[in-house]
Design a binder for this molecule. Structure first.
Ligand code: SF4
Length: 455
């Protein structure tokens, strides 16, 4: 990656490592590339390994990507983690001796045509607490680390607004500005702001379709992944006016005029369904849980059957809610008993807003097939955060979602469900499940259902 292009740092976020060592426990796979391996071999690394693991090597082959070396784990954590939770390599030889992946955490660089955007992982305790100095103060280190970092995502290719429409980077940046502006329109409830984002992307896509004279033949509508093949696509410059101009026209009408009154009027007309939320989140959590098998890896048929059974159980509201990694299951009544209404300006409200805003800044919307899908998955993540936060509160016997429950829920979602996690690979491996997912996400009721309180 070029280090000559600008480095963009998130405003209002702080990170000062409190070296909790939690990340060393949480990540099953810490990759070790050649330079990191050599650096560890230069030191007396055996003395730093867990005493029961010293007879082995510190590397194993990744089960998910055979041939790739990862750090060995012992008793559920990295072999180099000390009893006090800190890193033995760091303690004995300093930060720079650690594998590059460990040096990168919690930062991740999103390379774009406008430079690199530095994102943070909300799996990190210090990031969740917004503790320490401002990220902006660490510019020199981040610039220096950028060329050697492993945690880099490349978003320099064309931006897809929908699976059929490309837009220019300029138009995407304008769209992102509007999505963040809508997210911060605090006169409206957070749920409504999220639905309004969905509506805004749909309005912009509809306007572009009109401008580009794109009369979709619904019977032959291209499937996801069919982008650019026989059915064709509409590149960024294919309309009578540029996509940036179209965005500015959409902005004028739906964001600027009367403070976005028309946009919120449309959003408020949309009706959600608790049953759809239950069924969809049941499906997604089953997807995720099928990745954590103990012993022999189940076949595709067994995985599909297990996921479908889980899906039906939730859809019909049978039994209890079982959510990994929460230790016990809880009853559906918890959603009615424990409100997830975060008072405006409260620490909980600020944390959730900070997280959602940052996922847009760090370019999570570009991590899937289209921005359209990325924003819908953002809604799914909000529903998952609610489920885990309510579940955590229920298991702790609390009557409300407090900051501890919310932090834990965000950490889980960051680790297990976002688009950089391995859940995405499952959709590729089992196309039939991917098609069910696609059909649900396309429903007009999808967005309001993800924020529906009655589950
Ligand atoms: S090498 Fe150190 S920082 Fe990296 S995972 Fe192991 S204990 Fe954690």
């Amino acid at each position: 990656m070029s280090d000559a292009t600008p480095l963009h740092l998130p405003a209002g976020l702080n990170y000062g490592c409190i070296q909790c060592g939690l990340s060393c426990k949480m990540f099953n796979e810490v990759s070790v590339e050649e330079a990191s391996r050599r650096r560890i071999e230069e030191i007396d690394y055996r003395a730093l390994m867990h005493p029961d693991a010293r007879e082995t090597t510190f590397l194993v082959s990744s089960p998910s990507a055979p041939g790739k070396d990862i750090l060995r784990r012992h008793c559920g954590t990295c072999v180099f983690q000390q009893n006090d939770g800190l890193c033995a390599i760091h303690a004995a030889h300093g930060f720079r001796q650690k594998p590059q992946t460990c040096q990168d955490f919690p930062y991740r660089y999103a390379e774009t045509p406008a430079g690199a955007f530095v994102g943070l992982s909300f799996a990190c305790t210090a990031v969740l607490q917004n503790a320490g100095p401002a990220v902006a103060e660490q510019r020199d280190y981040l610039a220096e680390n950028r060329p050697r970092a492993n945690a880099v995502l490349d978003h320099r290719g064309p931006v897809r607004l929908t699976h059929r429409h490309e837009i220019s980077w300029e138009a995407y940046e304008l769209l992102e500005e509007d999505l963040r502006r809508i997210l911060h329109a605090t006169d409206e409830a957070l749920e409504m702001r999220l639905i309004a984002q969905t509506v805004y992307i749909d309005l912009y896509a509809a306007f572009l379709r009109e401008m580009r004279n794109d009369s979709i033949d619904r019977a032959n509508r291209p499937l996801p992944g069919d982008f650019g093949s026989t059915t064709g696509r509409f590149p960024a410059d294919s309309g009578p006016a540029t996509d940036a101009k179209a965005l500015l026209a959409t902005r004028k009408k739906y964001v600027e005029r009367d403070g976005g009154a028309e946009l919120f009027r449309i959003a408020k007309k949309m009706k959600g369904s608790g049953a759809l939320q239950r069924a969809f989140i049941g499906l997604i959590t089953a997807f995720r849980q099928s990745l954590d098998y103990k012993g022999r890896k189940p076949g595709r048929l067994a995985t599909t059957v297990k996921i479908m059974r889980h899906y039906m159980t939730h859809a019909l509201r049978l039994g209890r809610v079982s959510l990994d990694p929460l230790k016990e299951s809880f009853d559906y009544e918890a959603f009615a008993r424990i409100p997830f209404t975060l008072e405006s300006g409260s620490p909980e409200d600020q944390l959730l807003l900070r997280f959602l805003d940052h996922t847009i800044f760090r370019k999570d919307l570009l991590g899937v097939e289209s921005v359209w899908l990325g924003q819908r998955l953002l809604l799914m993540h909000v529903a998952l955060i609610r489920w885990h936060a309510v579940g955590k509160a229920a298991l702790l016997g609390r009557t409300r979602v407090d900051i501890e429950c919310l932090r834990e829920a965000i950490r889980i979602i960051e680790l297990h469900y976002l688009t950089h996690t391995k859940i995405v690979t499952l959709f590729d491996k089992i196309p039939s499940l991917g098609m069910i997912l696609d059909a649900i996400v396309r429903k007009p009721a999808f967005a309001p259902s993800m924020v529906e309180k009655k589950v």
